[in-house]
Design a protein around this ligand. Sequence first.
Ligand SMILES: CC(C)(COP(=O)(O)OP(=O)(O)OC[C@H]1O[C@@H](n2cnc3c(N)ncnc32)[C@H](O)[C@@H]1OP(=O)(O)O)[C@@H](O)C(=O)NCCC(=O)NCCS
Length: 191
Amino acid sequence: MSLSYVTLPPPAVPAPFRLRALSMENVDGLGAVYSEPEVARSLNFEVPLRPETIRQKLVGDLDAMRRGESFRWVLCLEEDATPLGYMCLFNWTPKDRRAELGYMVSRKLWGQGVMKSLLPVLLRFGFEQMGLHRLEAMVSVHNPASLRVLTRAGFQREGLLRGFTAAVTGDGFIDMHVLSLLQNAWRAAAK
Ligand SMILES: CC(C)(COP(=O)(O)OP(=O)(O)OC[C@H]1O[C@@H](n2cnc3c(N)ncnc32)[C@H](O)[C@@H]1OP(=O)(O)O)[C@@H](O)C(=O)NCCC(=O)NCCS
């Protein structure tokens, strides 16, 4: 049987958190986190975020996960299933052993080292369970916290995609950093 969210359960993360596979049941709760203005702005969504915009995105994500193209998890507390964030390994190309990393946590958790504690678990899952050779990430030039999270974990900046995404504000285009971490470098650093 091929690897998918059905065959690989969500990895364990440090207390007080846990991950649950994305499901229809948590789409609305996750939408509430995406709707936090600073989260929405960081991810180039409109503010205020229309419930339909995020619902369509998450239903599309769920379909991609069910097709076996990604792993997508909702972050919550061990004792409380209310969504607090979203972690994904997506655009998975098994032939090239490559995938893209995505993450988001509720504004109320920012700056407390939450991503610092979760990222090693996501990297281990990608490189060991999925057998990835390359993990990549794209980060807006307006998102220094995310750039820091990735470079601190060993990702290398490879370049800049100029004018890559239309700003939802209608105010021009956003440049994106491209970063990657290769399995060998991760292994060497994880020893
Ligand atoms: C990016 C995000 C996941 C970071 O999560 P977090 O749990 O707050 O991250 P951490 O606390 O582990 O680390 C944040 C790091 O960024 C640094 N940082 C925060 N704001 C910064 C800024 N404006 N400029 C530079 N560095 C900044 C912090 O100092 C910290 O680095 P340090 O530990 O070396 O001091 C969170 O801000 C988020 O969910 N943002 C909205 C969604 C998003 O942008 N996702 C990424 C899309 S690519």
